[in-house]
Every structure is written in structure tokens, then in C-alpha cells.
Design a protein around this ligand. Sequence first.
Ligand SMILES: *Cc1c(COP(=O)(O)O)cnc(C)c1O
Length: 382
Amino acid sequence: MPQATTRKLGNPPGAEPDAGRQDVGLAEAGALLRIDLGAIRQNYRRLADMLPASGCAAVLKANAYGLGAAAVGSALAREGCCTFFVAHVHEGIALRETLGAGPTIFVLHGLFSGAEPLATAAALTPVLNSPEQLRAWRIAAGRNAPAALQVDTGMGRIGMAPEDFVALTDADFAGLDLRLIMSHLACADEPDNPANGRQLETFIALRGRFEKIPASLANSSGIFLGEAYHFDLVRPGAALHGINPTPGRQNPMAPVVRLHARVIQTRTLPPYSGVGYGHAFHTIGTQRVATVALGYADGWHRRIGGAAWYQGVRLPILGRVSMDSIILDVSALPPGAPRAGELVEMIGPHQDVDAVAEAGGTIGYEVLTSLAERFHRIYAGG
Ligand SMILES: *Cc1c(COP(=O)(O)O)cnc(C)c1O
């Protein structure tokens, strides 16, 4: 059994999650979020083992997909990960403080004008996405400044347009220490989508000029497209955090999060009573309901219908999700259950992150990154 530790009881060294944020104590928390750092390490190992000839980085943008970049980053560093990606400079600065001087930290968005000294001070490596970013970094950072170049091979989001990329001359990156040539796949989670092959071909052609510099194309799902997509470094984020990188097929990753909400109160409502805002649900007969302390302000989107689970019994959500609470149908449970203060499963063995996402018409990424501040967080198995 991995030992569960809470912040109050002391986390593993270097794993102090989200310093500056007030943790919610167990006694007063409306919901408990359990994050299995051991599963994250296992997921890293599983992906790394799929790569005979490539390195495996970790993408920890958005506070490690909402799970706590300090705790997740430390756990992955202990698993041997030495290359990390974040979206913003401030995320990189925080991760550098956690991880110390060793690892490489790439900043996917590159730098906004004026942020160059911050990036230099924290030894961050910007991903330069335009000739302008490249020029500004060369001028601001001086000789041997580390840099990555991103070329857009067909996603249309960020990165240099192919024509700008090929037009770069050696003088444009003179003095820079180019560490990575990268691009990003738009449709990697659809293995049959012909866009993948087109992006791959374009990337092979464009990086040809930089044969000696490591190249990177694949995110989590991209890894599962096969070895041709692996190049020198892969950049999984979602899969490390337990999200299925192969939608429609069985999830090859270990589950990472469990979310339990507390019962505030149970009620017995008479027939034909409206339930919740807008009376979006009406009872037919006498109905027992339980209200739990989790709502859209906690990241449980209003769109997420579905259910909670209690001792193996499914408890459908009735009516609308409120800001701080959800009303559950508990008529399938024996009288007296659940009691106030008890926990119901919102994410866990009965419904994983992807299942909850599907119930809300969204993706696991959005469910995880929406999980809010008001939980009591428990980090296990770091
Ligand atoms: C978010 C992101 C990743 C990680 O993607 P996942 O699908 O979460 O694995 C990799 N590369 C880039 C450029 C990204 O923006």
C-alpha cells in the first residue's frame, strides 16, 4: 500500500504542492481529492518503456493539469524524468524552484516581450514560435542562450509558418544553443486521421536541415501512433495524469485521481416537488435525496450530468448542478444511508476522469484542469 500523506501531515521532501495556497483541512473540506503520485510515476515508466530510442519528457502546464506541478514534478524527477515543458514563464519559474538546477524546462509559449530576463534568471529554455521571438531572445539572452524552435506543420495554432522557418538563415540563430526542433500534432487522438501522416511528412522535411538537433513531435496520443512519430523526445502530458491517450480503446494508463464529495444533508421530499434551481427535476413519488458539497465552482461543470457512487450503488444527479452543491437520488440505498458527513465517489473506480468528461460533453483534460481549490488534497505514493 502506498503511504498516504497530506500536506498538513508533511508531504515528501520537495513535494510541497502549491505553496502559498491555503490547503483545506480534512475536517472542514467539502470534497477530497486524492492524487496518486505513484500512478503518475508508473505512467511515466510505461511510456518510457514504449520508446526504444527516444527520451520521454513531461508536460506539466496548467499546474500539472490541475494536480500540482510541484508534487507531480518532484515525483517524476525521482522517476528519472529530466525534461519538462510548461506553457508560461511563471510556471517555469515555479517548477525551477521545485526541481533545482538540473532539469531542462521548456516554455511552450516562448516569451512575451520583456519576460526575457525572467527566463534567463530561471534558466528556462523558450520555445521560439516566430522569427520575432527568435530575434528578441537572441538579442536579450546573449551568447549560448538555450532555445527550441517550433514549426507549425499543420495545426495552425503556434509555431513558425513553414515558409518563415525555411527562410531563416544561420545568422538568425547565430550564437544560440539550439536544443530542440519541435512541432505539435492536431489530430493524434484519431489514429486514422490522414492529417497525422501529413504533419509527419512535413516535419521530417522541415527538420532535415537541423539533423543534429534533437526533434520532437508527439504528445501523449502521438506516442501511440508508432515509432515513426517518436523522434528524439516525446512530450506526454495527459497520459501521465491518467487520461486515456487512446480514446475509444481501453485506457493503457493507471488512474491517478479520486474525487470524493461529502454529504451535507439527506432529505425526504414529497411527490411532485421541484428539485434544485429552475426546478429542472420534479419528484414523482416520495423521494429521498442527498445533497453533497461539490458544485460548478469546484470544477464540476453544470453540463456534467451523470451520477455519484456510494458503496457500489449509482446515485443519479437530480436537476441542475449548483455552485457549491449537487443533489443526488439516494432512493436505491437502504434507509438511513448515506449519513451526513459521509463521502460519495465522484471520480474513481466506478467512473474515471474520461467517463465524467463524456457525461459532460467534454474531455478529461478539461475535467482535470477545472478541479478547484476548495478540496482537501491528499498526495499518495510520491
Ligand atoms: C499540451 C501539449 C503537449 C501535451 O499534450 P497531451 O495531449 O496532454 O499529451 C505536448 N506538446 C504541446 C505543444 C502541448 O501544447
